[in-house]
Design a protein around this ligand. Sequence first.
Ligand code: NAD
Length: 433
Amino acid sequence: MTAPSPVLPVHALPSYLQADHLGPWGIYLQQVDRVTPYLGNLARWVETLKRPKRALIVDVPIHLDNGTVAHFEGYRVQHNTSRGPGKGGVRFHQDVTLSEVMALSAWMSIKNAAVNVPYGGAKGGIRVDPKTLSRGELERMTRRYTSEIGIIIGPTKDIPAPDVNTNEQIMAWMMDTYSMNEGATSTGVVTGKPIDLGGSLGRREATGRGVYTVGAEAARRIGLEIKGARVAVQGFGNVGGVAGKLFAEAGARVVAVQDHTGAIYREAGLDVPALMAHVAETGGVAGFAPAEVLDKNKFWDVPCDILIPAALEGQITEANAGRITARLVIEGANGPTTPQADDILHDRGVLVLPDVIANAGGVTVSYFEWVQDFSSFFWTEDEINARLVKVMREAFAAVWQVAEDHKVSLRTATFIVACKRILHSRDLRGLYP
Ligand code: NAD
């Protein structure tokens, strides 16, 4: 019998990794501290979760259309690669910081482990408002960024994907730049690509489908019938639109929708396919009929059974958590609920299905895309959807069981499941990777 490994000595975290209690990295560190007592013997490895494995800061200089040179700051952070290559999106936004990218990369480690896909966690970004760039400038910036982070990404090392303000076209440029530098086409270096360049059927709808799948599982466990349930959705884009459509198809009434153009309400239920067509045509839900116009703030008071925040982070706060009437909140967006609001909802008996499992359908189908690229053999949409549903249901069942066993929230349970999987791999492998 081998003696248990000694507890690892803990050295003070470098200052830039310490919890700033307002920032996303600070919130992540608190979440890890909260689950540490449940990790048993694996807790001796927990320090590895509190430090990203690798963080790269790159300068991204480009020629602007007016002939001058502009410099942008870019990042790629690989939080953990114990279970496989890094995986996570690339965000182009003026508020991107190293702290934010670190936290997002860590949440990717948790999310990927929660749905049991063989990835670690990573994330990237450039601090830029892409709306200020021409298409040519955007392409040059994307390509230069890809070249700069090319030293650490790759189909078996770290696989980027779209996130806020990045899309299929950006992924095509990233794939092409990486491939040109390698001297051979390498479709598996990014996911979320156009179908004609090795993208996967079903990827665009995958996150919303995952939201619906685990949401329906959660509803069933608390005796909430989907047929006839009243659903309110914030954000009617890729995630919120598809989730709303699937709930409506299952017989729910989507009674309220809010997006950046306004909020609308209809007690009898909105015509979701017509609303999707209206949004595609006009850019938002404002002006849709038949529906009542809602004051933006009143959205949170709408009588409903299920609430799906699928827009931005930090939307459910101390200010509105007490007013939410839903029994079930399904986090389609990343980080829509502040920790204080989370506690308020928990105390009020509202079940919160956390982002790290609820919106993991996207990365699950990204995994399928990567597998298909490696084998150069592509699956049908039905196969993809069936496999997605299986992965999501299994992940949800494991999390639900842990929540029951330990009498903890689904967020803490998801962290317990994920951290145990990551640290078990670390335990088997040792100090590397
Ligand atoms: P999207 O751009 O397609 O849609 C965003 C929606 O949010 C739009 O309807 C927009 O009008 C709305 N919105 C923006 N600002 C708003 C505001 N101030 N108030 C209310 N609504 C506002 O984006 P998406 O891909 O649907 O992503 C939504 C969220 O889901 C983000 O948090 C994203 O990180 C997260 N997410 C997306 C995926 C994916 O695969 N797309 C995967 C995981 C997580």
